[in-house]
Design a protein around this ligand. Structure first.
Ligand SMILES: Cc1ncc(COP(=O)(O)O)c(C=O)c1O
Length: 389
């Protein structure tokens, strides 16, 4: 089944729901069983991980969403949690223990870094940040205690593309697991398990939902054993997404293919146009042939989503604010992956540990939504006129 067909047909079962196309929302805490034997069986074996036992274990809505994302990413099983950040922290918690060493990419999403800096040391996990461009040379950083390499490609804010197959090759030679935050590419544009990744994370909040009105996370595992380890952890922490959120995410995901193709096309046209602007120093978008990550992106990815960065010539926040505060369509907002265009200021300089961020210009991160591309370009053009005035 091709992805577009899968997006329509995965995670639903009309025959089991009176012909209703979308799985109805199942609000549930208590689930009752006809016999003691049935009740006991629900807590063991396959039923424990995939069956309805009690609301915190999952509902038909969370199981349907998990199954759909797992199949799209090519994994053996998935657990649904309350946010993308919870997906990261639950996934890390499920594989790390006291005494372990974690290799964390230096271009990681900020709150993931905060978790590693504030929580993992309390639990006796040692963290080393590494250069996102390290590739196979990551083997030189692997210690006997290294349990996990965390990747995110492209990197948050700075958009470096990582050589995932090279990192996986080095990791697996030493029995080290590889985890990837695959939110930017979505399950459609990067197939983590085909590239050897062990655990993949989606902030379903972004393109999966596509509607800018919910938070949800999904953790998918390459093997059944890893899936069980993750699901056990999410259950022991009482971490689950509500049936309403799961319903919305699955409903949003049905249209992800068309949305992403449209947003990719628009982002490509807009970044091409931006390349002609003298106000910019650099565009951080791996889909552009001039981007340093383009070769790896072209080799490993099936497309590009619509989130990218630009480095302006100016360093003056006052000048930039005059441009950004008065955009008509690019609104200032922290999330992305929804239907609307967004922009935020960013500064990776103070947080980098492995490799300094040396670009001097003001960094803006743009998300291209589903508005008309000509309108968006006109908005950006008017912004540059304000910048230059
Ligand atoms: C790359 C990445 N991963 C994870 C998250 C966390 O997702 P959530 O906002 O659902 O916690 C985000 C949110 O911006 C993100 O950008």
């Amino acid at each position: 089944m091709k992805d577009d067909t899968a997006l329509v047909h995965l995670g639903r079962d009309p025959e089991a729901h009176n012909g209703i196309v979308n799985i109805p929302v199942h609000h549930a805490s208590t689930v009752i069983f006809p016999t003691i034997d049935d009740y006991k069986k629900s807590g063991s074996g396959r039923a424990k991980y995939h069956g309805i036992r009690y609301g915190v274990n999952g509902t038909p809505n969370s199981f349907a969403l998990a199954a759909a994302v797992a199949q799209l990413e090519g994994g053996r099983g998935a657990a649904v949690v309350g946010s993308g950040l919870a997906a990261v922290t639950m996934a890390l918690t499920s594989v790390l223990k006291s005494g372990d060493h974690l290799l964390m990419v230096d271009s990681v999403y900020g709150p993931t870094r905060r978790f590693c800096d504030t929580q993992l040391p309390k639990w006796g996990v040692d963290v080393t940040y590494y250069d996102p461009l390290i590739g196979g040379a990551i083997s030189t950083l692997i210690k006997p205690a290294t349990r996990l390499i965390f990747t995110e490609s492209p990197g948050s804010l700075t958009f470096e593309i990582q050589d995932i197959p090279a990192i996986v090759g080095a990791a697996h030679k030493k029995d080290v697991l590889v985890m990837m935050d695959n939110t930017w590419a979505t399950p459609l544009f990067f197939k983590p398990f085909a590239h050897g990744v062990d655990i993949s994370i989606q902030a379903g909040t972004k393109y999966i939902s596509g509607s800018s009105d919910q938070v949800i996370g999904i953790i998918t595992a390459r093997t059944e054993a890893l899936f069980k380890q993750i699901k056990d952890t999410t259950m022991v922490f009482g971490e689950i997404a509500s049936p309403d959120e799961c319903y919305l995410a699955l409903r949003g995901m049905r249209s992800m293919g068309v949305r992403l193709r449209q947003q990719q096309k628009a982002a490509f046209e807009i970044t091409r146009w931006l390349q002609s602007r003298p106000e910019l120093k650099r565009i951080l978008y791996p889909a552009l042939p001039e981007d340093p990550g383009h070769r790896l992106w072209q080799r490993d990815f099936l497309g590009a989503s619509s989130l990218f960065g630009v480095i302006l010539q100016t360093t003056s926040e006052k000048t930039v604010a005059h441009m950004v505060d008065n955009y008509r369509y690019f609104k200032i907002g922290a999330s992305w992956g929804g239907y609307e265009s967004l922009v935020i200021p960013a500064n990776p300089k103070p947080i980098r540990k492995a490799v300094p961020w040396t670009e001097e210009g003001y960094l803006l991160r743009y998300h291209v939504g589903l508005e008309d591309t000509d309108d968006l370009i006109a908005d950006l053009k008017a912004g540059f006129e304000r910048l230059n005035s």
